[in-house]
Design a protein around this ligand. Structure first.
Ligand code: GAF
Length: 393
């Protein structure tokens, strides 16, 4: 049988952060800041190609309880690891000096300082319901909650529109993961009941109503629990391949290849693998635009085939799926899902399925049965609604 994505009996995440703060520092936090995880409805590996994405924030949150620190240094405790990590400006200013989960915190301090802001020293305690390593952006959630805390504690003059780029810089340049702007944007700019239509070149945003209840639908998220297989190296390789293809085609990014010109562009590339990569990105951008058009017209159920086509493209052209996610998608579709696809960077992580509300349990069970048959570890499942982005609680 499937199991809940979030561990049961752990108590409220905000209470855990507060309790951790009190226990670790012996005082009350000055405040608590919460940032969600995200799923991407559609638009995979399009963000670093300057294209379009349509993610939404999840009701699962990471909470940071924080207060100014006594000596201009940063001390961070996380329930992931009982040992707190402490660092000063010298470590924050040198990417890579702080590693492990605390690098996401040091990276934010670094990005804020690199932007010329006077970041206050702080004590932080972090608790999270966003599972780590499931492709639901636990790292963007930490970055964004810490960013919000430091901006507030320091009274920093930093409009929210600039937050996603700064959080992304923390991840790219301090942690060293060459990701795009999607995750931080979803986590920071998400609005309840909406999917975030983001143009990753201009950073223009449109909140697209995504009212699942009104349509009698649910989004079922399935954690494939597939062990990550070289995900970081493969992600970077896909990115390099797209950048090389754009250079060959003489465009700034693959977003500049119009769907109507795809065949002509493919004919100018001389290896089959690169052609498949480009075909994924160009068709995926178009699928995002088509999904947005259907949602604007209130035709939520009709986006199903686009989700499924996105999965096929990731499986066959971009080659970023693994047997566990393919099995989950196939089982969900066979059990009646309107559409299903892997969400996130790939090589494991989560699948989302668009289902009738009253079919969610049947679909979850069908996926669990298919996993048992194939000898895979039981998947995690959760039905979700689009939630709001980062806030002070
Ligand atoms: C990961 C990255 F962090 C995002 O920037 C995006 O590229 C995604 O993979 C794939 O769409 O989540």
């Amino acid at each position: 049988m499937s199991t809940a994505i979030v561990g049961e009996g752990r108590g409220d995440v905000a209470d855990r952060a507060t309790a951790g703060f009190r226990q670790r520092y012996g005082t009350e936090p000055a405040g608590r800041w919460a940032a969600p995880g995200r799923v991407n409805l559609i638009g995979e590996h399009t963000d670093y190609n300057d294209g379009f994405v349509l993610p939404f924030a999840l009701p699962l949150r990471t909470v940071v309880a924080a207060a100014p620190g006594p000596d201009g240094r940063w001390t961070v405790w996380s329930e992931l690891d009982d040992e707190p990590v402490e660092f000063g400006a010298e470590a924050a200013d040198e990417p890579g000096r702080v590693d492990g989960w605390a690098a996401y915190v040091a990276g934010v301090v670094w990005a804020l300082r690199a932007a010329g802001l006077d970041v206050p020293g702080a004590r932080l305690a972090i608790a999270s319901d966003v599972p780590v390593g499931s492709g639901l952006s636990s790292s963007a959630a930490i970055e964004s909650a810490v960013l919000a805390a430091l901006v507030d504690l320091g009274g920093l003059d930093l409009p929210t529109e600039r937050w996603p780029r700064l959080a992304q810089r923390a991840e790219n340049d301090y942690v060293g993961a060459p990701t795009g702007i999607m995750d931080q944007s979803a986590v920071i700019r998400g609005v309840q009941g909406h999917a975030l239509f983001l143009d990753c070149r201009t950073e223009e945003v449109e909140q697209i109503p995504f009212d699942l209840d009104a349509a009698g639908l649910a989004v079922l998220v399935v954690d494939s629990r597939a062990p990550h297989r070289h995900a970081d190296g493969e992600y970077a390789a896909r990115r390099r391949s797209c950048e090389r293809a754009a250079a060959t085609l003489g465009v700034a990014a693959l977003r500049d290849v119009p769907t109507a010109d795809l065949d002509a562009a493919l004919a100018r590339l001389d290896d089959e693998e690169t052609r498949r990569r480009v075909r994924h990105v160009v068709t995926e951008d178009q699928r995002v635009l088509d999904t947005v058009a259907l949602l604007r017209a209130g035709r939520v159920r009709d986006i199903g085939p686009l989700l499924t086509a996105s999965h096929a493209s990731m499986r066959d052209d971009f080659e970023i799926t693994v047997p566990e996610v393919d099995t989950a998608v196939e089982a969900a579709l066979t059990a009646g899902a309107h559409g299903a696809r892997m969400t996130g960077g790939g090589f494991g992580g989560c699948v989302l399925a668009l289902v009738d509300v009253d079919a969610a349990d049947t679909v979850a069970r069908a996926v669990a049965d298919a996993y048992a048959e194939r000898g895979f570890a039981a998947p995690g499942t959760l039905t979700v609604q689009p939630a709001g982005g980062v806030t002070r609680m």
